[in-house]
Design a protein around this ligand. Structure first.
Ligand code: PFF
Length: 408
């Protein structure tokens, strides 16, 4: 490891950090939502295949670029280039990824803020602050601003400490907590009436839907988003791994963890929806499909928790803390992309760079919050449906085209 620029101190440090980046709201919100709206197990099956056969190779390409360049995304790609034209192309792809990470963080931080406010709501109710509790779960400008700031401050604090003391240390603490909480919640939901029906719905694929174009595109998009591709994040994490480590195995382990956690989350959410149905909460939309998206996370599940009485307060708290942890280990990776670029290219101190970039991204979040009805979707679609796949594909072109003589 290069002492001057820092790096992960161990294999497990890298695995936890990269899996932390991969496992996020995409797994806990996106995956079950897509599963619910795309025919249950058929989607899960296609997702598993695409994740291993398309997303994993693209993930390896990004790790390899970072491992070869031992630097931020732009510098790493430029090291692979042989002439000025290629260097310019390298700049566009590397910098494009960095911008993409910043754009994703600007809307991701807002949603993560909602997770924090929903986690606090049961506590407010438990101590008798009903009005505060209502405020916490109702959309308002002030609430959105306050919780986005809070979440960004947590992200900035971790990144200011650097790779080993910040990213690695916190990923190693938070990821086991996340897995523990997830398993506890699954076991609990399984003891409730209705869960078995949900379990069957989740694991019984309707094979006729497997080749539907909409399902294929959603599964591929979900796999790319989940592995944080096309954002420079995996390039920079790849650059922090010691050269002696086996990258192919490490990459496979991270993919396996990411996919397994998404699968486990489905095992929690889909049965939980059927438990909610058993308690009288509607879980099907008018067209007969399972309710998904924000209605699932902010209406169906909270109705389920509130129907459970006092236990529901603890379950609701656990669920939204799980969401917050997942979001935090992802958001730190998004901030590391731009920070590593500014620190290495412009020789600015890490602490200063982190604070400035963090504030810049927060200001973008403020613009989104003020125009939330159209900007949230706009930025999300721009970054995840266009930016990520295009940049990820260009990274693969880079490795195939320029990397034939590379020695990793
Ligand atoms: N992989 C994260 C998730 O599934 O929620 C999202 C993400 C993290 C996207 C980091 C992009 C990124 F750079």
């Amino acid at each position: 490891m290069d002492k001057a620029r820092g790096g992960f101190s161990s294999r497990i440090g890298f695995i936890m950090a990269a899996a932390g980046s991969a496992v996020g709201l995409g797994n806990i919100w996106g995956f079950p939502t897509q599963t619910a709206s795309n025919g249950g197990a058929a989607f899960v099956l296609v997702y598993l295949i695409l994740a291993f056969f398309l997303a994993y190779p693209a993930f390896m390409a990004e790790l390899l670029i970072g491992r070869y360049g031992q630097a931020n995304a732009v510098t790493s790609m430029q090291k692979m280039s042989r002439n000025t034209g290629q260097k310019r192309f390298a700049f566009i792809v590397g910098f494009g990824g960095i911008i993409c990470a910043a754009l994703i963080l600007s809307f991701y931080g807002i949603i993560a803020g909602w997770m924090m406010s929903y986690a606090l709501e049961p506590i407010a109710r438990l101590v008798g602050l009903a009005q505060v509790a209502d405020w916490l779960i109702n959309q308002s400008l002030i609430r959105n601003l306050m919780f986005t700031i809070l979440f960004m401050l947590l992200t900035i604090t971790i990144i200011r400490r650097g790779v080993e003391q910040g990213i690695e240390k916190w990923s190693k603490r938070l990821m086991p907590m996340l897995i523990g909480l997830l398993i506890l919640l699954i076991v609990y939901v399984f003891t409730l009436d209705g869960s078995k029906e949900g379990f069957v719905a989740y694991l019984n694929p309707d094979i006729s839907r497997v080749l539907e174009p909409g399902l294929l595109i959603s599964a591929l998009g979900q796999a790319f988003f989940s592995l944080s591709l096309g954002t420079s994040v995996m390039v920079i994490y790849g650059s922090y791994i010691a050269k002696k480590e086996n990258l192919v195995t490490l990459g496979a382990q991270v993919t396996l963890i990411d996919v397994s956690i998404a699968f486990l989350v489905g095992l929690l959410i889909i049965p939980a929806m059927y438990v909610a149905q058993a308690q009288g909460v509607p879980i099907f939309a008018e067209d007969g499909s399972l309710i998904s998206g924000s209605n699932l996370v902010f209406t169906v599940l909270p109705s389920l928790f509130s129907g459970m009485g006092t236990v529901g307060l603890f379950v609701g708290f656990g669920f939204f803390v799980l969401m917050t942890i997942a979001a935090l280990t992802s958001s730190i990776s998004m901030l590391e992309g731009p920070v590593s670029f500014v620190v290495e290219r412009h020789k600015i101190e890490r602490e200063k760079a982190t604070t400035f970039i963090g504030i810049g991204i927060f200001l973008l979040s403020v613009i989104i919050i003020v125009n939330i009805s159209f900007m949230l979707d706009f930025v999300a679609i721009l970054a995840t449906q266009y930016g990520q796949p295009i940049i990820a594909m260009l990274c693969c072109v880079f490795v195939i085209g320029y990397g034939t003589e590379m020695k990793y």
